[in-house]
Design a protein around this ligand. Structure first.
Ligand SMILES: NC(=O)CC[C@H](N)C(=O)O
Length: 209
């Protein structure tokens, strides 16, 4: 097992880059901003933060990052996407803009801005399933949702890790994993609870073995 500290990039085209870097450092990883293909080539894993997936798609294309991102996902690099980052990891996007592209990799369909206008931003308890039911010690997560997507459906190879616990959208899938790819609808970097980042750092360490 590798005992060295994993180097994890944070895609720094837009979004909560600093907050993710802080959460990764708390989870014992070395965080680095990634804006160029050369920087992407040097990291053991990557966080794609929230923001606006349409803008992120444009910027990733303009910075020449879309194909390198797809190539590293295909090689098995661990990636964690939050909110717009989840949309970037989805194979299929509903209510997207026609020209928006995703990196893809997770066999799921997500719906952008799924919780509707009245619910643009809200906080809610997130119930843990699958590997997180036993793996994330300390019980349910507090989810911060900001114009968030939900996962409309998943393919057979996708593990559901969390669902909304209550409210009109109770039971909607808000966290998934497929292989080395992890995605959440919510923003754990804004809560001070670094369990999601710690579970991603574990994934990066396991992949580096
Ligand atoms: N906080 C967020 O990342 C919002 C996601 C945004 N609504 C999108 O479609 O990309």
């Amino acid at each position: 097992m590798s005992t060295s500290t994993p180097v994890i990039g944070v895609l720094a085209l837009q979004g909560d880059v600093r907050e993710h870097a802080v959460a990764l450092a708390e989870a014992d990883a070395l965080a680095r901003p990634v804006r160029r293909p050369e920087e992407l080539a040097e990291v053991d894993g990557l966080v794609i933060p929230g923001g606006e997936s349409t803008t992120m798609s444009n910027l990733a294309l303009a910075f020449g990052l879309m194909e390198p991102l797809r190539a590293r996902v295909a090689e098995g690099m661990p990636v964690y996407g939050s909110c717009a980052g989840m949309i970037m990891l989805a194979d299929k996007v509903l209510d997207g803009r026609d020209d928006q592209q995703s990196v893809g990799g997770i066999d799921m369909t997500v719906r952008r801005n799924a919780f509707g206008r009245q619910n643009e931003s809200f906080e809610s308890t997130v119930a843990l399933h699958g590997g997180w039911a036993t793996g994330l010690e300390g019980g349910p997560l507090h989810g911060v949702f900001i114009r968030a997507p939900w996962v409309e459906s998943v393919g057979a190879g996708v593990e559901v890790l969390a669902e909304l616990a209550s409210g009109p959208a109770a039971g909607r899938i808000v966290a998934v994993r497929q292989g080395n790819l992890l995605a959440t609808s919510f923003h754990p970097e804004l809560t001070g609870d670094h369990r999601v980042h710690a579970s991603f750092v574990d994934l990066v360490r396991a992949a580096a073995r």
